[in-house]
Design a protein around this ligand. Structure first.
Ligand code: HEC
Ligand code: HEC
Length: 342
């Protein structure tokens, strides 16, 4: 009798576990190719997206276990409601309260990025997290130790097993899981998108702002991703304290001095402060900067050498247009939240 009960119990346990795992594995997460966007550069066929893989990446993104003293998670510097950046300070703060030397960028539409980091120092989304994990002023960890800690956790061992069929967690799969979460951070439902799809229309101010933008800004912030993915010197003064030379740090080519990657402008109203060092607190300050005469700057990008002329309501209109790039569905999307142990 006792033995039958035991067998019955084991049987029920196996069936219910299989049911939980199969519902967990069911793929509900889908990468969308938004209308008007170019083809993504990230090759999803090499890391097929699943619901379980996305959730595992999300769990890792929010877990401070990736840092040396369990104080800092990816989310510490990349908060959803600001477009996955931080907004209360210019330069990022990492482990032990240490200050980095750059403003954290938004994490939006990364599937379309060829280069990562503001100087393009990384060219593969799957390798990108190694930077912050090992950076002494960010998470100050090493991958071998992260993997050891994850292998001690029953939760991670079983979930990596479900997603990748691993019997132990591996560094490569930690990076693949994180990439599944990162690649899903797609923003394509701002007012701008809805207008482009014919679902809504611009106000007269927004329309005028858009016209001004297309004439003066879209050489680099090209739609629909609002970036050309290239590096430009837009004429910001060199900060002698931070000594950040931008792209030149990677290429060692003098011609790349003070060039930074064109950031996307999606969710720009939510992601202040601005520029690689967060020097501007408001969009008004950014617009005033673009209105300055840069013709005497020898190394500024040629498209900015000719002074941008702002007349009448141009500044106000441009600002109103930039605000149409805010995508509340993305900023408050529940699937990107921290769902403990799901
Ligand atoms: C201490 C703050 C901090 C932490 C923690 C942090 N980041 Fe970042 N992140 C930044 C900063 C600052 C940059 C820009 C770095 C640069 O250009 O040198 C960045 C850049 C990135 C980029 C490149 C974006 C682009 O468009 O080029 C990605 C992707 C990213 N981080 C993901 C992550 C992930 C995943 C984690 C967790 C493993 C993480 N970050 C942890 C501050 C942080
Ligand atoms: C020559 C290319 C180019 C042109 C033209 C250009 N930008 Fe930029 N923009 C950039 C680059 C590169 C950066 C990043 C600079 C940095 O971080 O140091 C940037 C940064 C910005 C930022 C801050 C983004 C952030 O997340 O910090 C805003 C806002 C912005 N540009 C708006 C505009 C507007 C509005 C115009 C037109 C008036 C314009 N840009 C024209 C290349 C350009």
């Amino acid at each position: 009798m006792k033995l039958t009960k035991k067998i019955l119990f084991i049987f029920c346990f196996a069936i219910s576990s299989a049911m939980i795992f199969s519902s967990f594995k069911n793929s509900k997460i889908e990468f969308v190719q938004p209308k008007g966007f170019p083809k993504p550069l990230y090759d999803l066929s090499k890391n097929p997206l699943t619901d379980a893989g996305f959730k595992l990446g999300r769990k890792l993104f929010y877990d401070p276990i990736l840092s040396k003293d369990s104080s800092t998670s990816c989310n510490s510097c990349h908060l959803q409601y600001s477009g996955f950046t931080h907004i209360d300070h210019a330069l990022s703060h990492g482990i032990h309260g240490l200050k980095g030397n750059r403003n954290s960028p938004v994490l939006v539409n990364l599937a379309w990025s060829k280069f990562f980091m503001l100087d393009g120092g990384v060219t593969n989304l799957e390798l990108q997290p190694l930077g912050p994990i090992t950076n002494p002023v960010e998470m100050d960890e090493n991958m071998a130790h992260v993997v050891m800690k994850l292998n001690r956790s029953h939760y991670y061992r079983s979930h990596f097993g479900v997603v990748f069929g691993d019997s132990v967690v591996t560094g490569q799969h930690v990076l693949k899981a994180l990439a599944q979460f990162l690649v899903m951070l797609e923003s394509y439902n701002s007012k701008f998108d809805k207008v482009m799809r014919g679902e809504e229309s611009f106000s007269a101010e927004e329309e005028n702002g858009f016209r001004f933008f297309k004439k003066n800004c879209a050489a680099c912030h090209i739609n629909q991703t609002f970036t050309d993915g290239a590096f430009h010197n837009i004429g910001l003064t060199y900060d002698a304290e931070l000594k950040d030379v931008g792209r030149m740090k990677i290429t060692k080519d003098k011609r790349d001095s003070l060039k930074f990657k064109t950031p996307t402008l999606r969710n720009i109203a939510a992601s202040y402060p601005y520029m690689h060092d967060g020097r501007f607190k408001t969009l008004e300050e950014v617009i005033d900067f673009y209105a300055e005469d840069k013709s005497k700057n020898e190394i500024v990008d040629k498209s900015l050498k000719r002074k941008i002329i702002f007349k009448n309501n141009d500044k106000k209109n441009l600002l109103t247009f930039l605000k149409t790039l805010t995508d509340k569905e993305f900023l408050y999307d529940l699937k990107f939240r921290d769902w403990v142990n799901e």
